[in-house]
Ligand binder design. Structure first.
Ligand SMILES: Nc1ncnc2c1ncn2[C@@H]1O[C@H](COP(=O)(O)OP(=O)(O)OP(=O)(O)O)[C@@H](O)[C@H]1O
Length: 253
């Protein structure tokens, strides 16, 4: 189980997560919110990529501060830009690298690599240069490279953001069929329709936590309010004379 206890985090003195406490037990959990609301920071804490300034993040009771290696094995992480996750020249080598140090023989590693490439539609690209894959194939490769290590939990940070609609659907379907617990960060709100729980973040806090339809409605309402506030602030700004304009009106000029 993933657990955050009073987690607060700042970058250069600017607080981006503010006293967040959560117990994440559901199978499929979505995390949505505006750009910069703190989603990625929270997600990276779930597998110890970032440790909080204060508070604790626990994976099955183990503190990410003290058990980073083990936690990274148990909690797989998929980034939005798959190219950053590709480490090796060929597709098969890239998947195999995750099994290095696993104690498996070369033949066992080969068998696992072949099985996962087959399952994710990449068998025909086994020996192809990984960087020549299409965007959708790269994302599938990134996913396969994480899944081959058999993590218990998968955290996906906007894995479909850079993809066309077809590949969005392919990745979403793949994620839907996984047995692992998944925490999915996404701006594709309709992909969360059958999720068990959706969290909405705003300005470093969880401002809604519940059922997908209500979460999306809450998020939409929040964004509408923000747009109105920005429009009002813009109108006030437009009414105010600019420095140059007021200088022109100064007496004696
Ligand atoms: N390494 C960093 N150093 C300094 N500031 C950072 C760093 N990472 C993130 N931030 C800032 O922290 C805030 C939260 O960023 P975060 O990436 O967690 O938000 P997000 O909700 O995932 O945004 P997006 O939807 O755009 O990915 C942002 O203002 C961002 O600029």
């Amino acid at each position: 189980m993933l657990q955050l206890e009073n987690v607060t985090h700042a970058y250069d003195g600017r607080v981006v997560l503010s006293d967040v406490s959560l117990r994440l037990t559901e199978h499929r959990i979505g995390l949505i919110g505006a750009n910069g609301s703190g989603k990625s920071t929270l997600a990276r804490m779930l597998n110890g990529l970032i440790v909080p300034d204060s508070g604790r993040v626990l994976v099955d009771g183990r503190d990410t501060r003290k058990h980073a290696r083990e936690i990274r094995r148990r909690v797989g992480f998929v980034f939005s830009d798959a190219t950053t996750q590709i480490l090796m020249p060929t597709v098969a080598e890239d998947v195999a690298i995750g099994l290095r140090g696993s104690g498996l023989s070369a033949a066992e590693i080969d068998a696992k690599v072949d099985a996962i490439l087959d399952r994710h539609g990449l068998a025909d690209h086994r020996d192809h240069p990984a960087h020549l894959l299409s965007g959708g194939q790269k994302q599938m490769l990134a996913l396969a490279s994480v899944l081959v290590t058999e993590p218990e939990i998968l955290v996906c940070d906007e894995p479909t953001t850079l993809l066309d609609l077809h590949n969005v659907k392919v990745i979403e379907r793949t994620l839907r069929e996984l047995s692992q617990q998944i925490v999915l960060l996404t701006h594709h709100l309709d992909s969360l329709a059958d999720f068990d729980r959706v969290l909405v973040m705003d300005d470093g806090r969880i401002v809604f936590d519940g059922e997908p339809g209500e979460a999306v409605a809450h998020y939409s309402g929040l964004m509408d309010r923000r747009a109105r506030e920005r429009a009002q602030a813009g109108a006030v700004e437009a009414d105010r004379p600019s420095a140059d304009a007021s200088a022109l009106r100064e007496p004696g000029r």
